[in-house]
Ligand binder design. Structure first.
Ligand code: S3P
Length: 422
């Protein structure tokens, strides 16, 4: 599907409720499937990725149905699936499920779409194998054929700061003998740690290390907050469309996810947090953002995992900031739903941005008027499609995005919510 975006005639004004967090929705449905009894998930995401996790849990014998909220009824034991398990486009589904399935009493197979089949799985196969897992892959890629084994604990030091790898190992550790310990170079999102603790697991974090012991999970009520990664497109749009002033409600503000807020402040953007509260162990609040004069900055090191999914739209933001913005230490962006470094540079260059590719990020010179007047590609990548949409809001001539339907992976309400503030 092609989507044409033009410069709005008026500033962006009003407030929107940000839809459900994708990362927490995955964890909510997967962890509730491991807990014996009835769990209730409020505000579960309708994005295709979390629905892949829901479908995989159903294929493993879990009863899931809607009563306004999503209800999960589980015996606490997964059943041998009669079919290979389809993870769709979702790396989180595949990597988290691999951790769980490696320690089951049955064999299973995980597969995904073309993009997921190209993404690296050695990062989970290696540590899982050290725990005694038996996984056959296509040279480190899906499909993954998992032969269920009794797992034992490890003390693993990961070279990558990846919440998917960390979660995979913690979930394997939940069902392994001994104390499993995972250390990462920088702290990645910690939703797994928060939710496992909330559900009664024996888990403890100190700095960048998490330790988990074999535990049973309790069924519970989980309220999923809004997704800051989805809010990011509105934050950037509000900052760069002249005279805008918008409020984003019910946004998850876990500090391991709020790197974009820190960057906006560093760039001189007018962003305020209003009204914080807690829900199922996570911090939630409202964000107000106004059009601002922005200056360039350097984004690197430990902040990278705290804004990894926002980097494509931060690149758009940087085109509207005075000076040279440098983004580095983000080479894992090449392993996302697309090679996001190459894709962002290629497509934003077509629109008229002054942006260069480096091995581990971008260099962007701003502030420059984007000329637009071209057709760009989504690379079958939801975050690219939405970032290019935002760039169209400040381009002189309209931008047409090919493959816009990929936004449904995380944010099916994207266009409607933009219409509400346009
Ligand atoms: C996710 C973690 C991040 C992120 C992805 C979702 C998660 O990936 O990019 O969109 O839910 O754990 P990595 O942990 O591989 O960096």
């Amino acid at each position: 599907m092609k989507k044409k975006v033009s410069k709005p005639e008026k500033p962006l004004k009003g407030s929107i409720v940000v839809p459900s967090d994708k990362s927490i929705s995955h964890r909510a449905v997967i962890f509730a499937s491991l807990a014996k009894g009835r769990s209730i998930i409020k505000n579960f995401s309708n994005g295709k990725d979390p629905v892949s996790s829901l479908d995989v849990c159903r294929a493993l014998g879990v009863d899931a149905f809607w009563e306004n909220d999503l209800i999960i009824k589980s015996s606490g034991n997964l059943k041998n699936p009669s079919v290979p398990l389809d993870c769709g486009n979702s790396g989180t589904t595949m990597r988290l499920m691999a951790g769980i399935l490696s320690g089951q009493k049955f064999d299973s197979e995980l597969f995904g779409d073309e993009s997921l089949s190209k993404r690296p799985m050695k990062r989970i196969i290696e540590p899982l194998s050290l725990m005694g897992a038996d996984i056959l892959s296509l040279n480190g890629h899906a499909p993954l054929k998992i032969c269920g084994k009794n797992l034992h604990s490890i003390d693993y030091h990961s070279k990558l700061a990846s919440a998917q790898v960390k979660s995979c190992i913690l979930l394997a550790g939940l069902n392994a003998d001994g104390v499993t310990s995972f250390t990462e170079p920088y702290l990645s999102r910690n939703h797994t740690e928060i939710l496992l603790k909330y559900m009664g697991a024996d888990i403890q974090s100190f700095n960048n290390t998490v330790k988990i012991k074999k535990s049973e999970l309790n069924p519970c009520v989980i309220t999923v907050p809004g997704d800051i990664s989805s809010a990011a497109y509105f934050i950037v749009a509000g900052l760069i469309v002249p005279d805008s002033d918008i409020i984003l409600k019910n946004v998850g503000l876990n500090p391991t996810r709020t790197g974009i807020i820190d960057v906006v402040k560093l760039m001189g953007g007018d962003i305020q947090i209003l009204d914080c509260h807690e829900a199922s162990g996570e911090i939630v609040g409202d964000i107000r953002v106004k059009y601002s004069d922005l200056k360039a900055c350097t984004i690197e090191k430990d902040i990278i995992p705290r804004l990894i999914d926002e980097l494509p739209v931060i690149a758009v933001l940087a085109t509207q900031a005075d000076g040279q913005t440098v983004i580095k230490d983000a080479s894992d962006l090449r392993n996302k739903e697309s090679d996001r470094i190459k894709a962002v540079v290629t497509e934003l260059s077509k629109i008229g941005a002054d942006i260069k590719e480096t091995g581990d990020g971008f260099v962007i010179n701003g502030k420059n008027t984007l000329k637009g007047g071209c057709c760009v590609e989504s690379y079958h990548d939801h975050r690219l499609a939405m970032s290019l949409f935002v760039s169209g809001l400040v381009s002189s001539a309209p931008v047409v995005i090919d493959g816009f339907e990929w936004v449904n992976i995380s944010f099916p309400e994207f266009e409607k919510l933009f219409d509400d503030i346009l």
